[in-house]
Design a protein around this ligand. Structure first.
Ligand code: NAD
Length: 293
């Protein structure tokens, strides 16, 4: 079996895969491989899938499958898997870091210090304790964030159309999440329904001064509407790991908007998570081999 590691995985992965066959990271050999491992960078479009003539299995090391034309791949008999829950803790920790950076004013405090300004009097802080966190999507990552928020004394409400109950998130309608939350965090896949779901209309229904956290997908927000809301102060801050494209186009208006805290799509990039993803990939390959003999 020939395995192509197309994107950046943990350095230990090639050794872990060696017992399964030949492992290469030479993407020009895509036409001869049986298995392709991707993260976010490789886009498995129809053309890509057609060019990978022998491929029987595509594994995405990560949560969403939006960089793979899954229907087309499966229509050609190619199995497609992701490493679903492996990244939950890594992403939830980053979402929490982005969220708590706002009331602690951590970025302004740090920048002030590096610029020789000791902003002790100027930087008035608030606390997460006692505030309401609203989750849009209460699956694996939303649940891990909720766990951390509860430990910090926050109330947690959530909207998730596929869940009937949740152990510690109070499930309510989307309208109630948007209307009652001090902090709103997105944890949805990118679908026709979630694309652009944060827009002028939905922002208008949120609390004045709401803080938005996005570790889901950049395309879940309408950038121009969000910039207008940040400029007016309707939205107090937007803390995001995700972008319309990776990296964002230099003309992306969020890069220059006020009160945006940014990270370069590193939600899943913890060392521990990269090891977990590798272990799940190995299990998927073991199952794949078992199912084909
Ligand atoms: P998950 O499948 O466990 O949970 C997603 C939840 O969203 C599900 O419970 C689903 O019912 C719900 N949902 C679907 N449509 C919805 C809608 N319209 N409104 C509200 N809820 C809806 O997935 P997860 O592991 O929690 O990951 C969530 C998303 O996080 C992924 O789809 C991906 O886009 C993103 N992600 C980002 C990074 C990063 O590096 N920043 C890493 C991993 C995942």
């Amino acid at each position: 079996m020939k395995i192509l590691i197309s994107d950046a995985f943990d350095v230990t992965l090639p050794d872990k895969l060696a017992p399964f066959g030949e492992v290469t990271d030479d993407t020009s050999r895509m036409a001869e491989v049986d298995v392709i491992l991707v993260r976010s960078k490789t886009k498995c479009t129809r053309e890509y899938i057609d060019a990978a003539k022998n491929v029987k299995l595509i594994v995405r090391g990560g949560v969403g499958l939006d960089n793979i034309d899954v229907d087309y791949a499966r229509s050609k008999g190619i199995q497609v898997f992701n490493t679903a829950s492996a990244s939950s803790i890594a992403v939830a920790e980053l979402a929490f870091a982005l969220m708590i950076a706002v009331p602690t004013r951590l970025v302004e405090a740090h920048m002030g210090m590096t610029e020789g300004r000791f902003l002790k009097k100027e930087l008035k802080r608030t606390e997460l304790c006692g505030k309401t966190l609203g989750l849009v999507g209460a699956g694996n990552i939303g649940t891990e964030l909720a766990r951390r928020a509860v430990a910090f004394g926050m109330k947690v409400v959530g909207y998730d159309p596929l869940l009937k109950s949740h152990d510690f998130v109070n499930l309510v309608g989307l309208e109630e999440v948007l209307r009652t939350s001090d902090y709103i965090s997105l944890h949805v896949p990118l679908t026709d329904e979630t694309r652009g779901m944060v827009n002028a209309e939905t922002i208008a229904t949120m609390k004045d001064g709401v803080v938005l956290v996005n570790t889901a997908r950049g395309k879940c927000v309408v950038e121009a509407d969000l910039v207008a809301a940040l400029t007016s102060g309707k939205v107090r801050a937007y803390a995001t790991d995700v972008w319309f494209s990776d990296p964002p186009d230099p003309s992306c208006p969020l890069l220059k908007a006020p009160n945006v805290i940014m990270s370069p799509h590193i939600g899943a990039s913890s060392k521990e998570n990269m090891l977990r993803i590798g272990d799940v990939v190995v299990r998927i390959l073991e199952d794949f081999i078992r199912s084909t003999v």
